[in-house]
Write a protein that binds this ligand. Structure first.
Ligand code: CTP
Length: 396
């Protein structure tokens, strides 16, 4: 885990509500405290059924608040005192019931009152059974929470305490910590060198015709912009794309797979991170005609030859940067993506559905690493870009 001085002297109020994922809050507090964050834990009485305040007190080094009225607090009103002191409130786990209370603006216990009385950002990490998550009532509440400016961290998908498999699991403590890190550190990638490929490649057949694909470059450009905004030194090798070059990014145009390979290889030295978003043609025509092909035959056969796999070559360099691949599939998404991750020896691959992602402003992706699958909620590509970079930072 990277050291991040921006976390020292920050104070975070961690709310824990009643759910089996409350056990993960213990590890989260340990990571937050270790990073130098001042953590004040507030629990609902239901949370105390799952994990004891004594555990949370021992890990945070401070008494835990549960009750609304507490004579040990200066003005006897912890909801005012505690929300004044926090730079951010994180509720993890946030139960379906608690999310509903937030939507309604209820204040019938200390934690909900604190959330209502806050003047700092609120982050929530939902945790519930998949049916509860999918219920239209919960989904309505999620839409409203987002509209109210509350940030959702997760949920994750996978095996649940009830034995079912699906979306609703709370993110792991490490992932939550990475997102808190990103929240406190707008310049999370300060000084890091990041190389990115984006867009479609063009394999010329003759001077006016080419083999290409539907990639718009939006995802790669959004990652380049987000990385630059996070303080990284960014080089973007762009294939065909109609987008304007991102700000504060060294953008190099390279339209064929071969040109992209050369541009990447001459810039890869000393890079910390390589993110291969471009939809690179796997093949190019054996012959590139100097003059326009005339239609003077009844059929035409194009002979193709394979292009070099840029990502695989970068990942196998002796001092390879941290490599992130993208897998755009139309079927068997996770299985195909994980197979590509292993074949190319990548620590991380981003799986997305080609027909859903290509050209769109939004995307829903699953990050695959050695710990398994981490689905990200459907979101604008600009948001996906930040979450991906926060995940990369947590893995560096
Ligand atoms: N990639 C690359 N160079 C290539 C081909 C792909 O760098 N010549 C990168 C892409 O940028 C992406 C990942 O590899 O990060 C995609 O893996 P790949 O197996 O090549 O995907 P597809 O070409 O879509 O494979 P397939 O057609 O077999 O699904």
């Amino acid at each position: 885990m990277q050291k991040n001085n921006a976390l020292k002297s920050k104070s975070l109020l961690l709310g824990i509500t009643g759910g089996i994922a409350a056990y993960k809050a213990a590890e989260l507090v340990r990571l937050l405290v270790k990073a130098g964050i001042d953590v004040q834990v507030v629990m609902t009485s239901a949370a105390c059924q799952f994990i004891t305040p004594v555990t949370m007190q021992a890990l945070s080094g401070k008494p835990v608040f549960i009750e609304m009225w507490d004579s040990s607090v200066g003005n006897g009103m912890p909801h005012i005192e505690l929300s004044r002191n926090a730079d951010v409130i994180l509720v993890a786990p946030a139960s379906a019931d608690f999310l509903a209370k937030l939507v309604q603006g209820r204040a019938d216990d200390l934690l909900s009152t604190l959330c209502l009385a806050r003047d700092c950002p609120l982050l929530v990490a939902p945790a519930m059974n998949k049916q509860m998550w999918e219920n239209p009532a919960t989904q309505r509440n999620i839409t409203q929470l987002k509209a109210d400016g509350i940030s959702l961290l997760g949920p994750d998908s996978g095996e649940q305490a009830c034995g079912e498999i699906g979306l609703g699991r709370m993110l792991e403590a490490e992932a939550l910590f990475a997102l808190v890190n990103a929240h406190f550190t707008p310049k999370l990638l300060a000084g890091k060198r990041v190389l990115i490929t984006a867009g479609a490649t063009l394999e010329m057949i003759d001077p006016v015709r080419a083999i290409t694909n539907l990639s718009s470059g939006k995802m790669g450009y959004a990652i380049a912009q987000a990385a630059a905004d996070m303080g990284a030194i960014v080089t973007l090798v762009s294939g065909a794309s109609a987008l304007n070059a991102p700000k504060n990014v060294n953008t190099i145009k390279a339209e064929s797979a071969d040109a992209m390979y050369s541009a990447v290889m001459s810039n890869v030295l000393n890079q910390d991170i390589f993110i291969s978003v471009a939809a690179v043609a796997d093949y190019r025509p054996v012959v590139q005609h100097q003059d326009k092909i005339k239609k003077n035959t009844s059929s035409l056969t194009l002979e193709l030859t394979p292009n070099k796999d840029i990502l695989a070559e970068v990942a196998s360099l002796p001092n390879a940067p941290f490599c992130v691949g993208f897998a755009a599939e139309t079927e068997n998404l996770l299985a195909y993506a994980e197979a590509k991750r292993k074949a190319k020896k990548l620590p991380l691959i981003v799986a997305n559905l080609a027909n859903d992602a290509m050209g769109s402003d939004e995307n829903s992706v699953t990050l695959l690493d050695k710990n398994g699958a981490h689905p990200l909620e459907r979101a604008p590509k600009t948001t996906i870009a930040k979450l991906l970079l926060a995940h990369v930072f947590s893995m560096l």
